[in-house]
Design a protein around this ligand. Structure first.
Ligand code: ADP
Ligand code: MG
Ligand code: MG
Length: 919
């Protein structure tokens, strides 16, 4: 796939299934109450639930669900994604009546918490949080501590007896509100904070005393006023309304739009807003905040995997300001009770959601609160192990386990790792944030990475920490390396999602982005230097470390075996050499669906003879050259037949136009003339003669064989001689001779005579019989339309979907990129039809051809070859239309096997759902 989709994540459902917008959602699951914009949750009850992800977003739906478990969730309410849609439809205006509904729900939160919003004596503070159906970096960050003002902060101080805490919360609010809601650049606040810290001679925020924090608040208010032009709002509802509006606005922000584009997320109405009572991880040393996974998202190991910070709030953990502690080893020392509670929550969450959870928690004065849970993003290796383990633990069944693995994401496992025997010099160690081996040259910014990858370089993106704006550069890089940030930092989370190797928090690195210099242990590295990363163990190496191929073992092997139990579609491979055939067999290929013979002619020795053949002036000359090519062809086929050990091998006869084999520049033409003993002019003339305006619609495919049957004869001879030879060795052979580009039955009949006669002659010479099939590619729409006639001669069909797409759309494969991007951007086409089968057009031709073909030949074998054979969506289509097999490149064989299993399981599930509905 041209679209680099190796970033398939296990948790993010892609395009197709997210098409429902909440506005149009119907049916019992997923629909909300008409006109209702706000859903309350609290004290064990919730108006929403886990089934309302379209309407409440993932975060809101799960907050509601956790509330009802019951898990300790601070009360709050969710404003629907539909409301965000209304807001944007109306030219970014909050719908009338919304704020009244919000006020009613704030009152409910007040009752649930026995606190009052804006009342200094017993103040309620709230958080405003964005949350779409899928977690989406690029949208507005959370604003905490809404409801604080000059009066309330004093009340908070008195009430908690903790003045420091109150002012710490207040300065956070002014900063977050100023930054994320009003767009005041964060560094203006940061500068003031640093100045105060310097004055007081302290290093950490936590070392600032109350008086200093009051000073910070004063300065922050000045910064705010200076940049916004108005003082910081003292009315809590004004704060809340502005925050809600900012969340809605961020849905259409550049970063959010770009993220949706990159991840093929379409058809959503907007983001929800979650407004929730605050709980405080910054109330002192008995308070903390953290994030955790119920299993290790890198390896899949069944172990608690999380980080926490004592006396901290909100995004301190993710932002990488202080280095968080590992829950598994440190939490027990801090609070045995909290640790025990977290372990219990791990089990409760997994039992309920039947999947790994990524959750956020805060501990306020020893009491634990849950702030979020969602299915955790994980590497493919982890996804596979978790699916297999959970099946063994009987949390899920086998079909569910198989469906959990995104076929596309297997790409990650089929990629190389470092050769354990390779020499390497470690220059730094960091956290193993996302596994895999990556080798590349250093780039210091995301833009630079994108630019250099565009020029064909391999890049490792090196940053102190990444941010959502870096997403494009991260996407194209081989690997990502950061010097700060933990296992749940932005870089780590995003890299795991993309399947890109990442080493995070390699603290010994000094990264100078301006000077484009990476220094470590007195050594400097720049943009021309290669480095290698092992994301599985967190090591950084100098230079290019040697990598090795992947293999199918352990949980991966298990899941593939399960997949094979469900699928009915066979998977073959496209292979032109014995080596490709071998690799594909190891990945489970059940035959060769396309062996292209022309590639064999491009070898230096052979191309010379090939050219001799093309330049020959008569049939005898051509026959003489072809006789020299015969042994080469035969040798290749012998190798392939041996490697496939009796599995079917479809061999396509010569396909490309002849001019592709001739040199086109002067120098090469002169050299060729000399070696063939002709004049350069003769060569030039022949090249000119072969020139065509539309070579892809020209003298190629079976049209060559019609003009020069001797080429076909040589190829058939090579195939049958090889088959006889291998059969004599005692190996079963099943050659399938395939004629390309057929448009009429007569072409096929004409060539069949030559084929059968040659085969018969060879078998007679060899004194042995081999069975072979004679079939055709369906690439020309006329062949699809007249498939019933064609099937009278053809014993099998193979859909060459690349050419069939080209001819059905009338888009030249070679030139399509001059306009296709516009079609995709303007959504005139939903996706590139050369990557994923155009079901509505090309797919209909395939369906028709299969039906018509089988109407005259019941057992007509049908398959596809071409890029589409390895595209999961296309594979599902092939299953549905009743093909016998798909054929794809060797490394995509496991992907196709899994996609075929998905298709079969889904079909089965749909059928049984239909049955039970009828009852
Ligand atoms: P994100 O989408 O970035 O995860 P969240 O809305 O989950 O944003 O909020 C980020 C962090 O803010 C949470 O991990 C939590 O620490 C803090 N937070 C959110 N809601 C509350 C709350 N009600 N009380 C205290 N902290 C909160
Ligand atoms: Mg966020
Ligand atoms: Mg969160």
């Amino acid at each position: 796939m041209a679209r680099n989709n190796g970033n398939g994540t296990a948790t993010l459902t892609r395009g197709g299934s997210s098409r429902l917008s909440s506005g149009t959602t119907k049916g019992k699951s997923g629909a909300g109450k008409k006109g209702k914009r706000v859903y309350f949750f609290g004290n064990g009850k919730a108006e929403g639930g886990a089934h309302l992800k379209d309407l409440l977003g993932g975060k809101g739906a799960n907050l509601a669900d956790m509330t009802t478990v019951p898990l300790p969730v601070p009360p709050g309410f969710t404003i629907t994604t539909e409301t965000c849609g209304e807001y944007n439809d109306a030219g970014q205006k909050l719908p009338r009546g919304l704020m009244e509904e919000v006020r009613k729900n704030v009152a409910k939160v007040e009752r649930a918490t026995k606190k009052k919003f804006g009342n200094p004596k017993n103040p309620l503070l709230v958080a405003a949080r964005s949350g779409a159906k899928f977690s989406m970096p690029g949208m507005m960050d959370t604003v905490l501590n809404i409801g604080l003002n000059d009066k309330v902060v004093e009340g908070m101080a008195k009430l908690t007896g903790n003045e420091r805490f109150a002012y710490d919360s207040y300065r956070r609010l002014i900063n977050m509100f100023g930054d994320t809601v009003m767009g005041v650049d964060h560094h203006h606040f940061e500068t003031e904070l640093s100045a105060v810290k310097k004055d007081k001679g302290v290093e950490l925020d936590t070392d600032l005393d109350t008086e200093s924090l009051k000073e910070v608040v004063r300065r922050y208010k000045d910064v705010y006023k200076q940049h916004v032009g108005k003082p910081f709002p003292q009315d809590p509802f004004e704060q809340l309304e502005a925050a809600i509006e900012a969340v809605f606005k961020s849905w259409m922000g550049d970063r959010a739009i770009r993220y949706r584009e990159l991840n093929d997320i379409r058809g959503l109405r907007g983001t929800a807003v979650n407004v929730q009572a605050m709980v405080f991880g910054n109330m002192g040393d008995d308070s903390a905040t953290g994030v955790a996974f119920t299993r290790n998202p890198s390896t899949g190991e069944d172990e608690f995997y999380g980080e926490f910070l004592v006396n901290a709030q909100g995004e301190d953990v993710v932002a990488g300001i202080r280095t968080p502690l590992d829950c598994k080893t440190e939490m027990v020392k801090w609070s045995a009770k909290a640790w025990k509670e977290l372990l219990k929550i791990k089990d409760v969450l997994e039992a309920r959601y039947k999947d790994v959870q990524d959750f956020e928690f805060t501990i306020e004065k020893g009491k634990l609160y849950m702030l979020q849970t969602r299915n955790g993003k994980r590497t493919t290796a982890a996804a596979v192990k978790i699916a297999v383990d959970m099946t063994k633990e009987r949390l899920i069944d086998r079909p569910t386990a198989v469906l959990r693995i995104d076929p596309q994401s297997l790409d990650q496992l089929l990629h190389p790792t470092f050769n354990p025997k390779a020499e390497r010099t470690v220059i730094a160690k960091g956290l193993p944030a996302s596994p895999g081996a990556a080798v590349g040259k250093i780039a210091f910014t995301a833009e630079e990475a994108e630019e250099r990858v565009g020029k064909g370089e391999k890049i490792i993106l090196v940053r102190r920490e990444t941010e959502p704006a870096d997403i494009g550069g991260m996407h194209v890089s081989e690997g990502i390396l950061t010097s700060t940030g933990g296992m749940t930092s932005h870089a780590a989370v995003v890299a795991r999602g993309m399947g890109t190797p990442c080493v995070a928090g390699a603290g010994s690195l000094h990264i100078d982005t301006e000077k484009k210099r990476l220094s470590v242990n007195g050594k400097n590295y720049g943009v021309d230097d290669w480095i290698s990363l092992d994301g599985a163990i967190g090591e950084v190496y100098e230079g290019q470390v040697e990598t090795q191929e992947a293999s199918l073992t352990g949980a991966f092997k298990q899941i593939m075996e399960w997949a094979d139990q469900y699928r009915t579609l066979k998977v073959r491979t496209n292979a032109d050499t014995p080596n490709d055939a071998e690799v594909a067999r190891n990945f489970g290929a059940e035959g060769i669906g396309l062996c292209r013979t022309e590639h064999m002619f491009f070898d230096v020795l052979r191309i010379h003879t090939m050219r001799e053949m093309i330049l020959a002036s008569d049939t005898d000359g051509r026959r003489a050259a072809l006789a020299k090519l015969l042994p080469y062809q035969k040798e290749d086929f012998v190798g392939i037949f041996r490697a496939m050990k009796g599995l079917p091998v479809t061999i396509r006869l010569l396909d490309p136009p002849l001019h592709e084999f001739l040199p086109h520049n002067d120098q090469d033409q002169v050299a060729l003339a000399r070696s063939l003993g002709v004049t350069p002019d003769q060569i030039r003339q022949r090249v000119q003669q072969l020139h065509e305006a539309n070579p892809m619609l020209g003298h190629r495919g079976d049209r060559l064989a019609v003009t020069y049957p001797e080429i076909l004869e040589m190829q058939v001879r090579a195939i049958i001689e090889a088959a006889c030879e291998v059969k004599k060795e005692g190996v079963k052979v099943l050659p399938e001779i395939m004629i390309p580009l057929v448009g009429t039955k007569k072409e096929l009949d004409y060539l069949k005579t030559y084929t059968d006669e040659t085969a018969k002659a060879v078998m007679k010479e060899q004194g042995i019989k081999v069975d072979y099939l004679y079939g055709t590619m369906i690439e020309v729409p006329r062949a699809a339309v007249t498939a019933d006639e064609i099937a009278e001669t053809a014993e099998f069909f193979s859909f060459g979907t690349n050419d069939l797409t080209q001819m059905t759309f009338g888009y030249s494969r070679d030139d399509v990129n001059s306009f296709l991007p516009d079609y995709l951007k303007k959504e005139i086409l939903e996706r590139d039809p050369f990557q994923s089968i155009d079901v509505g057009g090309v797919g209909q031709l395939i369906r028709m051809a299969v039906e018509r073909g089988r109407s005259v030949r019941q057992d007509l074998k049908c398959g596809i070859c071409g890029e589409h054979g390895g595209d999961p969506k296309s594979v599902e289509f092939c299953h549905d239309v009743g093909l016998n097999y798909v054929s794809c490149s060797p490394f995509r064989v496991p992907i196709a096997r899994l996609a075929a299993a998905h298709a079969a399981i889904k079909q089965e599930q749909q059928a049984s759902a239909k049955k039970s509905r009828k009852k």
